[in-house]
Design a protein around this ligand. Structure first.
Ligand SMILES: NC(=O)c1ccc[n+]([C@@H]2O[C@H](COP(=O)([O-])OP(=O)(O)OC[C@H]3O[C@@H](n4cnc5c(N)ncnc54)[C@H](O)[C@@H]3O)[C@@H](O)[C@H]2O)c1
Length: 249
């Protein structure tokens, strides 16, 4: 049954992910009535509002957004933004979708209102099922075109090898997938290899898992967003999917 309460969605960050989410809202793929935008680059919010035909308000800070009583807020900005805004949002009992999941690594803070979407990867249902037993090995291999790292190498180059936590901190705009995966497989550590690869135009994430009752191999080959080669459209769609679920609550 359709809920008669007005549903407002708040969006922090009007870049690649924020734009795809706003377009999905305009196309009524998301069941909401109002959209509130905040971006510290004011022109980003203004351009996004002008590009969609949907009841939209621009606010100049988080406080003004909270004033408009959104049911759900999506952070699609940066790890710094997520760090700054998590507490003020969740203490107001508002659902918060976090795209910049690396922000949660060192934050000693928990709330049932924080939601991390699967982002640019998937299969997390199977992986979290396996985590209930014993996972012995998790290897994440990510390849992106050098453009994603502002590099110009002409041969594939390993630019990082190590754990997921450090990967997400060293590459905060590219490796939130590593932190998202690390939360699911805890306490097992994720071994990450990050490759700047001029032979690919896709963002690929390959996940290999050995667990008590078998093995898993998951591979995602995502088109990069035309305006942000670090980001895959799948990440935005995972937030849109989660947004719909939360709006039904
Ligand atoms: N979880 C995943 O799988 C996944 C996948 C892709 C991207 N991401 C992350 O999602 C975030 C958004 O990605 P994107 O590709 O849309 O980035 P983007 O750079 O295209 O857009 C980010 C927007 O946020 C704004 N912004 C940044 N800091 C802000 C702040 N403190 N307050 C208000 N606005 C702020 C910027 O001005 C910009 O317009 C990034 O942190 C990115 O690393 C996560």
């Amino acid at each position: 049954m359709k809920d008669s309460k007005t549903k407002t969605v708040g969006l922090i960050g009007c870049g690649a992910i924020g734009s795809l989410i706003a377009q999905a809202i305009e196309k009524k793929i998301v069941n909401c009535d109002k959209l509130v935008l905040f971006d510290y680059q004011k022109n980003k919010a203004a351009d996004l509002k002008a590009s969609i035909d949907f009841p939209t308000t621009i606010v100049k800070n988080l406080e003004a957004m909270l004033h408009l009583n959104p049911s759900v807020i999506i952070e699609a900005a940066s790890q710094k933004a997520a760090n700054d805004y998590i507490k003020p949002i969740t203490t107001k009992d508002i659902h918060l979708i976090i795209m910049s999941s690396g922000a949660l690594i060192d934050m000693n803070y928990q709330s049932k209102k924080i939601h991390v979407p699967s982002g640019a990867i998937g299969g997390l249902d199977a992986i979290s099922s396996a985590a209930l037993t014993q996972i012995s090995e998790v290897i994440l291999t990510t390849k992106k075109n050098p453009k994603a790292f502002d590099m110009d190498n002409t041969q594939p180059k390993i630019i990082y090898e190590g754990n997921a936590e450090d990967a997400a901190k060293l590459y905060p705009k590219s490796m939130n997938v590593a932190s998202t995966l690390s939360f699911i497989v805890k306490p097992t550590k994720v071994q990450v290899q990050l490759i700047s690869d001029p032979t690919t135009n896709r963002n690929t994430h390959e996940i290999k898992i050995k667990w008590q009752f078998g093995q898993m191999l998951l591979r995602f080959s995502n088109d990069p967003h035309p305006e942000n080669p670090r980001t895959s459209a799948l990440a935005a769609w995972s937030a849109i999917n989660l947004l719909n679920t939360l709006l039904e609550k």
